[in-house]
Design a protein around this ligand. Structure first.
Ligand SMILES: [Zn+2]
Ligand SMILES: [Zn+2]
Length: 289
């Protein structure tokens, strides 16, 4: 399927996909850094993908930049978040979701009895957002033991490799990927809407599923290892993984000019000389399918 851009109208049967972050754990600019690469490069937030249809909104990964990413895209209503794995750049925003999920009454002290329940009229109060957060079973275990203080306010659910989670007219299928640290149960996601398919695998040495990662209209995938840094695996393995995915369009993530010591143009030129049919990701780039 060819990607079409509809800057004004939003056909009912289309899905809008927004890349929330094209960077990796450090981000660009790097903390406290003023090197030329940080200075001259576009901002690269930590990874995430926003998928919006007529009926549903889902977000893949909960990066430490999540509050900024959601406000920048005018997103105030999310049905479900899906976490690929428990590294900081993918779950570092869970504190923000904890704040979002706490009720207004709990925040201000009405719940708990510190403040009179009549202090604020109902019309003064904001709507309390509701949403679910999906982890792999192993991911939820890790989250519950490392972040016990966040668990009570959030609606946490688990998902299984290869088993669909339906959110309105969007279907998310988690599948296993090999990460540089194999102890994690790291996931990629295939997202389906009508005839469209998007695949998201930001941290990946190679795919570890059978067919789910293949044939996307747009594949958002690890790209760091194609350049100078290790990324999550060997360059040759990543090249063959991207080739095997056979996507119509491949958008590379986990980019970082500061770590590569390359400018954005140098990254783009290097990519142009490779046998890889992909492009550099850009924060807040949108795709309509
Ligand atoms: Zn720097
Ligand atoms: Zn990771």
């Amino acid at each position: 399927m060819r990607i079409l851009f509809y800057p004004i109208c939003f056909r009912n049967d289309t899905v809008k996909v927004t890349l929330l972050g094209s960077g990796e754990a450090v981000g660009v600019p790097a903390p406290l850094c003023e090197c030329r690469y940080c200075d001259e490069s576009p901002t690269r937030r930590r990874p995430g993908l926003l998928v919006e249809s007529e009926q549903a909104t889902v977000v893949l990964d909960v990066s430490p930049d999540i509050k900024d990413q959601l406000h920048a895209t005018n997103t105030t209503n999310v049905d479900a978040f899906f976490v690929t794995h428990n590294h900081f750049d993918h779950v570092g925003g869970m504190n923000e979701l904890h704040h979002a999920a706490m009720t207004f009454d709990e925040h201000v002290g009405i719940e708990g009895g510190y403040l009179d329940s009549e202090t604020f009229t109902d019309s003064e109060k904001p709507d309390d957002p509701t949403f679910a957060v999906y982890f792999s079973e192993r991911g939820l275990d890790i989250f519950e033991s490392s972040s016990a203080h966040l668990v009570d306010s959030l609606e946490l659910r688990t998902m299984e490799h290869g088993e669909s989670v339906e959110v309105g007219d969007i279907r998310v299928v988690p599948f296993p990927v090999r990460h540089a640290r194999p102890a994690f149960d790291t996931l990629g996601f295939a997202v389906y809407h009508e005839g469209a398919k998007v695949v998201y695998a930001p941290d990946m040495w190679e795919f570890a599923d059978d067919k789910e990662h293949e044939g996307a209209d747009v594949l958002f995938a690890e790209g760091a290892a194609l350049f100078r840094t290790f990324g999550h695996g060997a360059e040759s393995d990543l090249r063959s993984a991207l080739r095997s995915a056979d996507a119509d369009q491949t958008v590379l993530l986990n980019l970082n000019e500061h770590l590569q010591r390359m400018t954005t143009d140098e990254l783009r030129d290097a990519l142009g000389e490779m046998d890889v049919d992909g492009e550099l990701g850009e924060d807040f780039a949108t795709y309509r399918l």
